[in-house]
Write a protein that binds this ligand. Structure first.
Ligand SMILES: [Zn+2]
Ligand SMILES: [Zn+2]
Length: 428
């Protein structure tokens, strides 16, 4: 039995992501962010940023427990002369540092949580170092433009909806736009990230001796399995980009006891907010239908962690990021052709104009959330990726602060895309 990853799909992925970088397709930046000074500052910061990335990588911490990472950022940012508060927004491992004064204000975001078992298989150590580098480089020059830049450290991206919790605590209220980078196997400035919500469903039945009195029982595991197969049938009728994946977390105790309890957990992902809501309703109907057919009762619990919304990439900002990368010598495409996973950055992106570009640090065919990707997250190429991301963030932030026409474009695009979404109202 072979456990090799399928070669045909690797070839498919290579073809999908083999878009030629848009070198020269964009004019040079028109903003006033001082590109040369940013590059010089990053060269000074280089060793510190790589050391930070390696420290975070060597000490993988799960969401809300990222104490080593937060302390390492606190030490580094403090040593460079900026006040940093660790333990803000009601979260022990969230942090915030500020430079400059007043509005406009750009938020640069850092993530630093790891995955159970495989450590930094999503490369958040690179996000952390790139975010800190982007902040420190922009901070050194913010007095020459206007307004301010704030570094916001957001815990628990992997399933904890840390950014939604911070948003609800007011973390993005005084911010005009937000940006971060994420490492990947291919680069693009505006990627498709699906909205996602979680459901934990339990089924309540009646127990009975499975041989002597089966007719006295009602089988909760049957309800769970029926729901699982109806969800497989639902997949034919979803948007091609949408995803539902689940596991059965409780299948009863012993074969000779009719299970009176069973449970499953599903992630439901969709391209749009309205189709995510529609899928939620279809799933609920399936749970209750499976329960009705088996004489059991379903208890779906949605949004145990707050739901996360699709990322609404601000193309005016994404364009600036692409220009900055071309200028830095790492041309990248503006758009990615395939949808990716989900990120709580989606929830920020419907509150303030945002970007979430991907920086290439690994071969295209290496899937994220694997031990293999974790290995690439401390490679020399990943270390370069820190500088690539930091440069793009710093220059785009400074451009935004310096260029009023850009700020107008960013704001009008955000309004045309629907403006602020009331995320809390969508919670169930
Ligand atoms: Zn991830
Ligand atoms: Zn990630």
């Amino acid at each position: 039995m072979s456990l090799e990853r399928p070669a045909a799909y690797q070839a498919y992925l290579d073809q999908l992501t083999a878009t030629e970088p848009t070198a020269g397709a964009f004019p040079m930046r028109s903003g006033a962010g001082d590109a040369t000074a940013v590059a010089a500052r990053l060269q000074e910061l280089r060793d510190d940023l790589i050391a930070l990335s390696h420290t975070v990588h060597a000490n993988p911490e799960l969401g809300f427990e990222e104490r080593i990472a937060a302390a390492a950022v606190g030490e580094l940012v403090g040593r460079h002369g900026y006040d940093i508060e660790v333990g803000v927004f009601g979260l022990d491992t969230a942090f915030r540092a500020r430079a400059g004064t007043g509005r406009p204000r750009v938020a640069i975001i850092a993530e630093y949580d790891a995955l159970p078992g495989i450590g930094h298989g999503c490369g958040h150590n690179i996000i952390c170092a790139a975010g800190v580098g982007g902040f420190l480089a922009a901070a050194a020059l913010v007095q020459e433009v206007a307004g301010s830049v704030v570094l916001i450290g957001t815990p628990a991206e992997e399933g904890g909806s840390g950014k939604e919790l911070i948003a609800r605590a007011g973390g993005f209220d005084e911010v005009d736009c937000a940006m971060m980078v994420h490492p990947a196997g291919s680069a693009s400035a505006a990627c498709v990230f699906l909205g996602m919500r979680q459901v934990e469903v339990s089924f309540q039945g009646l127990d009975a001796h499975a041989s002597a009195f089966p007719y006295m029982g009602r089988n909760a595991l049957d309800a769970c399995v029926s729901a699982y197969s109806m969800i497989s049938q639902l997949r034919q009728h979803m948007l091609p980009e949408d995803r539902i994946h689940g596991v059965i977390t409780d299948g009863g105790d012993k074969p000779n006891i009719v299970p009176d309890h069973a449970a499953a957990m599903y992630f439901v992902r969709s391209l749009r907010v309205d189709t995510l809501v529609e899928l939620t309703e279809r799933m609920d109907a399936i749970f209750h239908g499976a329960a009705a057919g088996t004489g059991t009762v379903a208890h779906p619990r949605w949004d145990v962690n707050p739901l996360i919304l699709p990322v609404r990439s601000n193309m005016a900002l994404a364009n600036r990021f692409v220009m900055a990368q071309a200028e830095w010598g790492k041309p990248m495409p503006l758009r990615a052709p395939v949808p990716s996973g989900s990120t709580d950055m989606g929830n920020v992106s419907v509150r303030v104009p945002s970007i979430h570009p991907k920086i290439a640090v690994a071969p295209r065919s290496v899937p994220m959330h694997t031990a293999e990707f974790a290995g690439h997250a401390v490679s020399p190429r990943a270390d370069e990726g820190i500088l690539d991301g930091a440069y793009g963030l710093a220059v785009t932030a400074l451009d935004y602060l310096a260029d009023e026409a850009l700020r107008d474009d960013v704001a009008s695009e955000f309004a045309a895309a629907g403006g602020v979404v009331d995320v809390v109202a969508l919670d169930r």
